[in-house]
Design a protein around this ligand. Structure first.
Ligand SMILES: *Cc1c(COP(=O)(O)O)cnc(C)c1O
Length: 390
């Protein structure tokens, strides 16, 4: 008989009752070091007192009103995001998928408004993940996500990851947009080289195509910059964010330049919950903390420390690990074993990690993880790797 919860996940036999910083705690008090952070979501750890205060303070006032009215918390967060980025305007969603969906609609509307409604081809890359809506799975193109869900939304073309020659060969004045993650998350913590992102920007400039970046996983401080694309100096036209921005409260957004968003006038898009007072009160507090240069410098320092220790781990287990990649606290251990086996071995050592494609184990701890917990994490990974080898 089918489970009451639709069984689309292979869940671990683990359940957590509460959390404290980088630790998730079961009902019997067992503490698990959380290097998944709800898949890059809990950027300030579990039960962060400042976020709890922001949420409960707002919860005592008003939860939800509808976008039919002015929402002060939403306007505040939009201003914070506009001030901190390339963007001129922001639309709030409840998830990354909804942000991807709006980004796709924005591309279509942009060209329609420009008098070229047939210009719909969006170029994406293998290994991409943009969510699970019908539009987002078409954008990814991955067999395991699209199988059985056709016919797919037309207009997407997937190219080999980071293959600039392939991109140059197909880009033309028929290309509507290029859409990519500056650091692929589900694809296996694969960063695009800065010079390649600059080259993509230039190709977009030459053809007029929009550059749409998906920073749902790599954004909001994860890589040690507020947004990963900042490393390259490139400016996108549209950017999706989610995951980290709510610190655990469901929140996403599309950030756009005025030019890219010009056709999105009243009535062209909407959301019941998107940008409600609760979500935006929390998102605002996340931004106040994470966007601080000192905080981002710490993410970089901790990322460096973690990486250095991981190099030692790789050297100690050459049969298990191949190498480490990523930026800041978005780290991937390329494995010689199946990453899911390592994840399971980690459960026995009370450490939570996340598998990804390309035989990679993802390490996405809270951005405020302590140095001691980083050392503890590497010890536990060392034990898990030894268990696996034995
Ligand atoms: C998680 C993710 C999404 C989808 O976000 P949801 O909140 O799960 O809908 C989209 N893009 C990227 C890069 C992601 O990592």
């Amino acid at each position: 008989m089918i489970s009451h919860v639709l069984p689309t996940y292979n869940r671990a036999p683990l359940s957590f009752e509460r959390g404290e910083g980088s630790w998730a705690i079961t009902a019997d008090g067992t503490r698990y070091l959380d290097l998944g952070a709800g898949i890059a979501v809990n950027v300030l750890g579990h039960a962060n007192p400042e976020l709890v205060a922001a949420l409960t303070e707002q919860a005592g006032k008003i939860w939800h009103v509808s976008n039919l009215y002015q929402i002060a918390q939403q306007e505040k967060l939009a201003s914070q995001l506009v001030e901190a980025t390339f963007a001129d305007t922001v639309f709030f969603t409840n998830s990354g998928t909804e942000a991807a969906e709006l980004a796709i609609k924005m591309i279509r509307k942009y060209w329609d408004h420009a008098g070229d409604p047939d210009r719909i081809e969006v170029l994406t890359f293998e290994g991409a993940f943009h969510g699970r809506s019908t539009g987002a799975i078409a954008a990814s193109g991955a067999e395991k996500m699209v199988k059985g869900f056709g016919p797919l939304m037309p207009g997407f073309r997937t190219l080999p990851w980071g293959d600039l020659e392939a991109l140059k060969a197909v880009m033309s004045d028929r290309t509507a947009a290029v859409m990519l993650e500056p650091v692929q998350g589900e694809g296996g913590i694969r960063p695009i080289a800065d010079e390649d992102l600059r080259a993509i920007r230039q190709l977009c400039d030459e053809t007029g195509a929009l550059l749409v970046l998906d920073e749902v996983q790599c954004g909001v401080g994860r890589t040690g910059r507020l947004f990963a694309h900042e490393y390259s100096g490139v400016t996108p036209d549209v950017m999706m964010i989610a995951k980290g921005i709510g610190g655990g409260f469901p929140l996403g957004a599309v950030l756009a330049s005025e030019k890219a968003a010009a056709a999105m006038v009243a009535g062209t898009h909407g959301s019941t919950y998107g940008g409600n007072p609760l979500a935006c009160a929390v998102g605002s507090r996340v931004m106040e903390i994470v966007a601080e240069p000192e905080f981002l410098a710490e993410v970089n320092r901790k990322g460096g420390l973690f990486r250095q220790k991981l190099e030692g781990l790789i050297a100690a287990h050459p049969d298990v690990f191949k190498g480490v990649r990523g930026q800041g606290l978005m780290l991937g251990l390329k494995c010689k074993v199946a990453p899911v086996d390592l994840v399971r071995a980690g459960y026995d050592r009370h450490i939570l990690t996340v598998p990804a494609a390309d035989n990679t184990l993802r390490l996405l701890p809270p951005l405020n993880i302590s140095d001691a917990d980083i050392a503890e994490a590497v010890d536990r990974l060392d034990q898990a790797a030894s268990d696996l080898a034995a």
